[in-house]
Design a protein around this ligand. Structure first.
Ligand code: COA
Length: 192
């Protein structure tokens, strides 16, 4: 399934093919309401330990519908990469609505277990980077649980650095608290 979302403010073209290091070819496209069922299937297949830390429970249709609404309202943009009808991963760029932090965007990303370690996370984060530049954002952040090594690796790879560590700031679905790491990148210094 391929959606053909027209978002005129982006120069980047979707759908588009991307090649992973292992020769696999995936399609990248902008998420729309037609992706709701595919996203629910993707979320339900995520490793159990990742489901512990989801900011919002995307195994719940209501929350995925809310997510699509925020895309339609221009509050966020999501790029999905897929192999046929199977979502391999996604990344979202969430614009900050508060007046004094309107230059900041937050990236959230998730790669399915079958597609990890193939550089897809890095490719998706870089894609968000380009969209953020087009949107005129000047700073990007990513929030993660401090011991999520893969997440830190994916963001460090393209130049994010740790900015803050908030003690016991995340509580997982089983009630345990974890430190939150906020990584950031200053876009003004980035060139193509
Ligand atoms: C974080 C995530 C998106 C990374 O996706 P991925 O496609 O596997 O990542 P990549 O293949 O691009 O790897 C990126 C870097 O992380 C490193 N990495 C990947 N998995 C790792 C692991 N389990 N432990 C340590 N490092 C790891 C890679 O070696 C690579 O670093 P390098 O370039 O220095 O070799 C994925 O693990 C995920 O979806 N995690 C759950 C959700 C999450 O944590 N999201 C981030 C918060 S927004």
């Amino acid at each position: 399934m391929t959606t053909d979302v027209q978002v005129p403010e982006f120069k980047r073209v979707y759908p588009r093919e991307v090649k992973l290091g292992n020769g696999k070819t995936l399609t990248m496209r902008l998420m729309s309401y037609t992706d709701i069922d595919l996203v629910l299937t993707f979320a339900k297949d995520l490793p159990k330990k990742d489901l512990l830390f989801l900011r919002r429970d995307i195994t719940d249709r209501h929350n995925v519908e809310e997510w699509v609404r925020s895309i339609e309202q221009g509050k966020s943009v999501t790029v999905i990469s897929s192999e046929g009808d199977k979502i391999a991963g996604y990344a979202t760029l969430h614009h900050n609505e508060a007046l004094w932090t309107r230059h900041v965007g937050e990236i959230r990303t998730n790669v399915g277990a079958d597609f990890r370690g193939m550089r897809l996370g890095s490719i998706l984060v870089e894609e968000m980077f380009q969209l953020a530049k087009e949107l005129g954002l000047r700073k990007l952040t990513a929030h993660m649980v401090a011991d999520q090594k893969a997440a830190r690796g994916a963001f460090e790879r393209i130049g994010f650095t740790p900015e803050a560590l908030l003690a016991d700031h995340v509580v997982d679905t089983e009630g345990r608290t974890h430190d939150m790491l906020i990584m950031s990148y200053d876009i003004d210094g980035f060139n193509d």
